[in-house]
Design a protein around this ligand. Structure first.
Ligand code: ADP
Length: 303
């Protein structure tokens, strides 16, 4: 089993000819509700690849909780450890997209902001039967640290996607992480210098190693990834595909990576799985809808 401990969101998406001005009411084109949240996306990515996946987190009582849980279950994610928090709303993102593709987004963490030590305790009961724990930064940082600490003590591989970008992670978090997976922007924020391309990504990955993480993978979108381990720093190219929408490519990458790790594959192979899942996701529109199933994934890897 792989545990994903993190955010569960509903994206409320409105499309309009342009973004409204302050105080203005605009007539839009369309409205769409899409399940999201980096945690939930990564859980769906894993489950679609056929990996037994436990989601641990919270949804709110008043709004959307049933449909968020149902969408996880529809992807075969186990949800017994998703708590319905009666005191808050579910995490939501209110998104407006204009005809040129520009957007405006307000995120309400809601229940995600309430994930705490109680949830870490529930999560810790799953550790004896688990091979990996996936974390992101859409729940409180203190909870992320506590979860990593608990998993580390249990000998379970800790994978941290430091997204959304954050410049100050607590120093004690780094040594608890087996694999950290920032993209260029996130890596730049963490290390304090711009990361753009392979050379700076290598420096960033090595800087992250110096802070105590065991392995650092910097995701460079269509270029590929740079990985630093205690033994070597190497580059893995991306799969050449025709990208349509790279939303959730990073989540797909982490799902593929964790799927391989949970099957006992070596890190290089796990990166190839991550890159394959990311590339497939980039060829399809949407977030969770673009994540590959196992058949699509296996066929892609064989070609
Ligand atoms: P994030 O979504 O976190 O910003 P990236 O955009 O770097 O992350 O995408 C994650 C991974 O998905 C990449 O490292 C790469 O393996 C794959 N990927 C993303 N975009 C493309 C693309 N256009 N072509 C091929 N692979 C891609």
């Amino acid at each position: 089993t792989v545990i994903v401990f993190g955010s569960i969101n509903l994206d409320l998406v409105a499309t309009a000819p342009r973004l409204p001005l302050p105080g203005e009411t605009l007539l839009g084109h369309d409205f769409l509700k899409v399940p999201g949240g980096k945690g939930a996306n990564q859980a769906v990515a894993l489950a679609r690849l056929g990996i037994p996946t436990q989601m641990v987190g919270r949804v709110g009582a008043q709004s959307f909780s049933a449909e968020l849980i149902e969408s996880l279950q529809a992807a075969a994610v186990q949800t017994e450890n998703v708590l319905v928090d009666e005191t808050v709303s579910s995490g939501v993102a209110i998104i407006i997209i204009d005809d040129t593709g520009q957007n405006q987004i307000v995120v309400i963490p809601g229940a995600n902001g309430c994930v705490n030590q109680e949830d870490v305790t529930r999560m810790s009961r799953l550790l004896p039967e688990s091979s990996a724990l996936l974390l992101q930064l859409e729940i409180p940082l203190s909870t992320v640290v506590a979860a990593a600490q608990t998993a580390k003590t249990a000998g379970v591989t800790v994978i941290l996607d430091p997204a959304p970008a954050q410049s100050n992670l607590p120093n004690e978090l780094y040594p608890l992480v087996d694999i950290i997976t920032p993209n260029e922007v996130e890596a730049g924020q963490l290390v304090g210098f711009p990361v753009d391309g392979q050379e700076s990504a290598k420096k960033a990955a090595e800087a992250l190693l110096n802070r105590g993480v065991k392995n650092a993978i910097v995701k460079l979108g269509a270029q590929g990834v740079v990985c630093a381990t205690s033994a070597e720093t190497f580059f893995v190219p991306a799969f050449p595909v025709k990208a349509v929408d790279t939303v959730a490519a990073g989540d797909a990458f982490n799902g593929g990576l964790a799927a391989a790790i949970s099957q006992g594959l070596p890190l290089r192979q796990a990166i190839v799985w991550g890159a394959a899942a990311g590339a497939i996701a980039a060829t399809k529109l949407g977030a969770q809808t673009s994540l590959p199933d196992r058949l699509t994934f296996d066929t892609f890897l064989k070609e």
